[in-house]
Design a protein around this ligand. Sequence first.
Ligand code: GRF
Length: 194
Amino acid sequence: MNPKLKVAVLISGRGSNLKALIDACAAPNYPAEIVLVMSNRADAGGLVFAKDADLKTAIAEHKDFASREAFDAAMQTHLDESGAQLICLAGFMRILSDGFVRAWQGRMINIHPSLLPAFKGTHVHERVLASGARTSGCTVHYVTAELDSGPQILQAEVPVMPHDTPESLAARVLEAEHVLYPLALRKIAEQRRN
Ligand code: GRF
């Protein structure tokens, strides 16, 4: 049998997408496995999901490092030790150095809560509502040096309802994210095994 793709998931907070990936990886025939969950915050709620699933965790708090490069080098050491072949950013709220992004180019993916290339960056749902758009959604894409601009892997659409608030729209998009991220990871893992 082909070996599973070894994945590191990087988080900063709640970790609901991490949880969706953990649940997907629990299926015996899923083609990827999580070998490391790393957070740049010791208090990230999502670390609980990793611990409950007996996954290896690492914390690299950026305030402990003199520069972005030193922080990224520490992350790289954890990644090397884990044997990760792909990084999934899942609510990781830290800008990565150019060197780190280059080193992982084509092997690092992210989920963003809009239909990219529309609404890159932050405060997405507020901006979607202000624009009057009738649909929104989420995108899994490769990470490149330019924010939220790398090649897309998969997208899912959701409707924007007339009485949506940023919170209600965020909740609808998040539900779609939890389906899309495992699908996108499966797609990449299967491509690599063929
Ligand atoms: C998600 O909306 C994701 O699209 C964005 O950050 C949020 C992370 O949520 N990049 P969670 O930590 O996975 O619950």
